[in-house]
Design a protein around this ligand. Structure first.
Ligand code: PXP
Length: 236
């Protein structure tokens, strides 16, 4: 079976809008524990715009589902990961001004830096690198002897009609090549109920990391109940 990990960053985005304690992403992770999901993803951004350090501590104390911690390749983040000990760390590029992760890691520029950081990470933590679907980048990942790669599906999801097949083909080729090199292959970014169908047919992709669309769809699926609950409180 292919695995689904739910990224709960945007539960924290809603909480941080009021700088309060509700909704608590760890409580949402507990709810997700009763779903078909295999794991949870949280991105501890350097600017702490959504997930906070204490969310990771609470998660490890209270939730059994495996945690995939997304983070920028910096020594400070490696230290945090070594303290928290998630099952997996996914290294992603990070820019302060971006609204969300904009592309895969630049391994040409950062090869030595990433190689040295990987050496400092606790050996029991699986390391994944978030990369664009490019065979040359897959080759570089192979040299780093990591657990696997997460292929950036962002360009495919944003592609205009006549480019969709081209982007899909890049993802398929990269996934096939990486799995032939014995790397675990995940995919994520921008995936939703509509654009997932074609990606889900790529047998080499074993895991999907999806956040924004699941949290957004949950609003539509829950809005009638939450509205009516308030109505009944007003009217009893
Ligand atoms: N994978 C990575 C590496 C990401 O940075 C993100 C966004 O935080 C996701 C997956 C999930 O993307 P989305 O929220 O668009 O589903």
């Amino acid at each position: 079976m292919k695995k689904l990990n739910v990224n709960i960053d945007h539960v924290a985005t809603i909480r941080q809008a009021r700088l309060g304690s509700y909704p608590n992403p760890v409580d949402v992770a507990k709810e997700i524990s009763s779903s078909k999901a295999s794991g949870i993803v949280m991105h501890l951004r350097e600017d702490r715009r959504h997930i906070q350090d204490y969310d990771l501590v609470n998660y490890k104390k209270n939730i059994k589902l495996p945690l995939n911690l997304e983070m920028a390749p910096t020594i400070d983040m490696i230290k945090i990961a070594n303290r928290i000990k998630p099952q997996t760390v996914t290294l992603v590029p990070e820019k302060r001004q971006e609204l969300t992760t904009e592309g895969g890691l630049d391994l040409k520029k950062n090869f030595l830096k990433i190689k040295n950081l990987i050496k400092k990470l606790n050996k029991n933590i699986n390391i994944m690198l978030f990369i664009d679907p490019d065979l040359r980048i897959v080759d570089v990942c192979n040299k780093l002897q990591i657990h696997g790669i997460e292929i950036n599906t962002g360009k495919y999801c944003d592609a205009k009609k006549n480019n969709i097949s081209k982007e899909l083909s890049k993802i398929r080729k990269a996934a096939k090549y990486a799995s032939e090199l014995d790397m675990f292959v995940a995919a994520g970014h921008g995936l939703n109920k509509k654009n997932l169908t074609r990606i889900a047919k790529i047998k080499y992709i074993k895991e999907y990391n999806i956040g924004h669309s699941i949290i957004s769809d949950a609003i539509f699926e829950g809005i009638i109940d939450s509205t009516n609950e308030i109505y009944y409180i007003i009217n009893t």
